[in-house]
Unconditional design. Structure first.
Length: 216
């Protein structure tokens, strides 16, 4: 199978991280094209792959799939044996719900705590609405772990699409020194230590690009 994933800067592009982690879950070989963001030529370069003008974009042969959630669902259908969603019906419904909430919600968190994996800047002012977003995420993580985590360290035991969708949030919490406790803290640490997450972080640290407008 011929897969190419078009992504933005690893250090800043949270949606690219989500798509890449899901792609890694399939175990399939794939090529990666990095388009640096926030440059004059960035939008045209992205639109050469998808008119939507946003990353990530998955190309599978002659097929193009854009939007991270669409990419995740496409790969889950293509690789049913990889169990990208939980097998249990109730757990799968909950996993889809929390991933979709991450996909469409938490606007304050996105605005005031942009992803910057190379920076550690705790103690800054938390903008309006961020506290509520953090509280909701903590509740989601704790509830999923208690109800569906079983013996595994992730939301539904094994790493799945829902975990990929929350991985950038773990990065944000570490960058800005957001303190967690109990099950949420243990879950965040499991995400951070996940080998594919560590591989992404290593690549982010090696990138030369800096987006000044996103500095904490």
């Amino acid at each position: 199978m011929d897969f190419t994933l078009i992504i933005g800067n690893r250090n800043y592009s949270s949606w690219s991280l989500r798509g890449w982690l899901v792609m890694k879950l399939t175990g399939a070989a794939f090529n990666v094209v990095v388009i640096p963001l926030d440059l004059p030529e960035s939008r045209n370069a992205i639109q050469a792959h998808s008119a939507a003008g946003k990353v990530p974009i998955l190309r599978h042969g002659s097929l193009t799939v854009w939007d991270t959630l669409a990419i995740a669902e496409y790969l889950a259908e293509l690789f049913p044996d990889k169990h990208l969603w939980p097998d249990d019906t109730e757990a799968r419904a909950r996993a889809r719900s929390v991933a979709s909430e991450m996909h469409s919600g938490f606007a304050a968190l996105r605005e005031h705590l942009p992803m910057d994996l190379r920076v550690h800047a705790p103690g800054g002012k938390v903008g309006p609405g961020v506290g509520e977003d953090i509280s909701r995420i903590n509740t989601l993580w704790t509830d999923c772990r208690r109800r569906f985590g079983g013996d595994g360290p992730f939301l539904f035991g094994d790493f799945c699409i829902a975990d990929a969708f929350f991985a950038p949030v773990v990065g944000r919490f570490r960058t800005y020194g957001i303190e967690l406790s109990g099950e949420a803290a243990a879950y965040a640490e499991a995400i951070w230590q996940w080998p594919d997450m560590q591989a992404w972080l290593d690549a982010a640290n090696d990138e030369p690009w800096v987006i000044d407008t996103l500095k904490p």
